[in-house]
Design a protein around this ligand. Structure first.
Ligand code: DAK
Length: 260
């Protein structure tokens, strides 16, 4: 299927989703969000895809935010609909069964920073820049930036970014824990693919259960979260991957996981 604002490639269990509006620095309007929703709904059900990489087209931007031209004249009800759509898409990405790696190749501002934060892992090019400029536009963040940012970088750093609307560069984003790694722009997608291949080579049921344990567990108190981890751990023993992984170790050979 072809989309107007999204490119989707699949190769060797890895899907690369590219937001493709480079003239508007890949800003998110309702049409793009709606296409992202469809793309990620399809990926969630696609058993051939183990890991997803999300990036932006062009050399300048990952996503420069929600589309300001689109938002400028929204009514309150339309703005609420837009926020609900954006939040739904980001929740879908955060809770996708497969891990999602954001390859942040330039500006990740406002909704773009929030989109990157909904991914499991963030890799940043040296040229990338991050920020939540919303209060400079007279609105608070609308795609859960007030919640995901403090959970990633702590309340103090998050509030400084949210209240000041200032941008930070990739090294500062790395220092405060907003991104996992910084690499030269030319190596960004290669680095993301290498990491994706490594994750794809592991037991996929175990990877998915681990994602669920981290995401669900962080929403619970520690005692319930640890109990949930035990359930998930037990569940893994109903899979062929568990038997294969442990047998392969004892037989001193690489495992041949089937994802079952
Ligand atoms: N929306 C629409 N168009 C954008 C855009 C954006 N966010 N960012 C850039 N563009 C467009 C520019 O208008 C320009 O278009 P043309 O003039 O060529 O037609 C083109 O992309 C290239 O941008 P520049 O010429 O400005 O490029 P520069 O290198 O000079 O500057 C920049 C790059 C990223 C620093 C600058 O473009 C910039 O500051 N952009 C805006 C960044 C920003 O403020 N982003 C946050 C958007 S607010 C809510 C739901 C969600 C949100 C809020 C509320 N609810 C409904 C409650 C989320 C809000 C946001 O994300």
């Amino acid at each position: 299927m072809n989309w107007e604002n999204i490119l989707l490639e699949k190769e060797d269990a890895i899907a690369v989703v590219t937001i493709n509006r480079p003239k508007a620095l890949n800003a998110l309007n309702a049409a793009t969000l709606s296409e992202l929703d469809q793309v990620f709904t399809g990926l969630a059900a696609d058993g051939t895809v183990s890991v997803v990489i999300l990036t932006g087209a062009g050399e300048k931007a990952f996503v420069a935010g929600a589309d300001i031209a689109f938002m400028q004249n929204l009514t309150a009800l339309e703005a609420r609909e837009f926020a609900l759509l954006g939040q739904a898409v980001l929740n879908k990405i955060e809770n996708l069964p497969q891990p999602v790696i954001a390859a942040v190749n330039g500006f990740a501002l406002g909704g773009g920073c929030e989109l990157a934060m909904a991914c499991d892992i963030r890799l940043a090019s040296e040229t990338s820049r991050f920020g939540q400029p919303e209060v400079g536009l007279g609105v608070p963040p609308g795609f859960a930036g007030t919640q995901r940012l403090p959970r990633l970088v702590g309340k103090g750093c998050a509030k400084e970014l949210l209240y000041s609307a200032e941008m930070i560069d990739a090294q500062e984003a790395y220092r405060i824990g907003l991104v996992n790694r910084v690499c030269p722009a030319a190596d960004l997608l290669g680095t993301a693919r290498t990491l994706a291949r490594k994750i794809a080579s592991r037991g996929q049921v175990a990877v998915r259960l681990t994602k669920s344990a981290v995401n669900q567990g962080l929403e619970m108190d520690v005692a319930r979260a640890i109990a949930y981890e035990a359930e998930v751990f037990g569940l893994a023993f109903s899979t062929g991957d568990q038997r294969e992984g442990m047998t392969a170790f004892l037989e001193k050979r690489p495992p041949d996981f089937k994802g079952k």
